[in-house]
Write a protein that binds this ligand. Structure first.
Ligand code: ZN
Length: 282
């Protein structure tokens, strides 16, 4: 049985509770940075450096004796969206465009995390066209520096437009501001070009996009689609769907709950369940 609690919004982590057999339970957490899947600790988080190697599972377990599953937020969103909307699809990429850009990759029905949890970290793919824009990671032309919500806000504010947040950009687009629309479409093109390279590696069937920049129309999605189809091999893109998330913020919550439940049924999780069975008051 799963109980999905909490809410995911923008860069806030998703938290889900997976309940196993009604006795022991697990807590799933998604955080907006790479996570070492062996330890559940953030691994080299450029946007939240103080969290590097912080033992989130131990901190949570100091309050709850249960399995604690921590993963990158895009990964848990990919898990939640696939389980709910695309259960028959084995190859799916979930792209989250917020202040940063990240992707959760599901290949042959398994999440791809990589050696240090960096897999799917497309925000740091280099975009040569944008060379010179310094990313927080120190590299000069990362996708995040060129195409994140934060970068978009900065670019438009520098041109004198009233943008202090991504919501302001969305409002301008909704009002038909040509400069804002062009900037959003350029962001979409940059993201699409970065994704096109990944499509040759992974051959996904579905790419799901989550961003508050989607709300004011098809500009972002259309630009991503256009760049992907222009830059990928026809054999890889002919059966590919690029769509907006149907779950929105709930994808992370549901995905975190599923990930937590998966951890409950590991050998360590089962031992914890048995301890709880032997000592119900624990
Ligand atoms: Zn970077």
């Amino acid at each position: 049985m799963l109980a999905a609690l909490g809410r995911t919004q923008k860069d806030v982590a998703g938290i889900g509770i997976g309940i196993g057999i009604g006795i022991g339970f697990g807590i799933g957490i998604g955080v907006p940075c790479p996570v070492d899947s062996a330890t559940g600790k953030p691994s080299w988080p450029p946007f939240m450096p103080a969290w590097d190697d912080f033992d989130i599972p131990a901190r949570v377990r100091s309050h709850f004796d249960c399995a604690v599953a921590v993963d990158n937020d895009a990964n848990v969103m990919a898990i939640g969206e696939r389980a709910t909307v695309w259960p028959d699809v084995s190859d799916l990429i979930f792209v989250k465009v917020a202040n940063g850009i990240g992707a959760g990759i599901i290949s042959e029905a398994s999440v791809i995390r990589g050696t240090r949890g960096i897999a799917g970290n497309i925000g740091h793919v280099q975009v040569p066209r944008e060379a010179g824009r310094l990313c927080r990671c120190g590299n000069p032309s990362c996708l995040t520096a060129a195409a994140s919500g934060e970068a978009l806000v900065e670019v438009l504010a520098a041109r004198g437009l009233p943008t202090a947040s991504v919501d302001d950009v969305a409002r301008l687009v909704l009002n038909g501001n040509a400069e804002a629309i062009a900037a959003v479409r350029q962001v979409g093109s940059n993201i699409g070009e970065a994704l096109a390279a990944g499509i040759s590696f992974l051959n996904p069937k579905v790419i799901v996009i989550d961003s508050s920049l989607l709300s004011p129309g098809e500009h972002l999605l259309a630009a991503i689609r256009s760049a992907v189809y222009a830059k990928s091999m026809p054999i890889a893109s002919e059966a590919l769907s690029i769509v907006e998330t149907q779950m929105g913020g709930q994808a992370g919550v549901v995905g975190a709950a599923i990930y937590a439940a998966q951890q409950v049924f590991t050998p360590e999780g089962m031992q914890r369940l048995l301890r709880a069975t032997e000592n119900p008051a624990h």
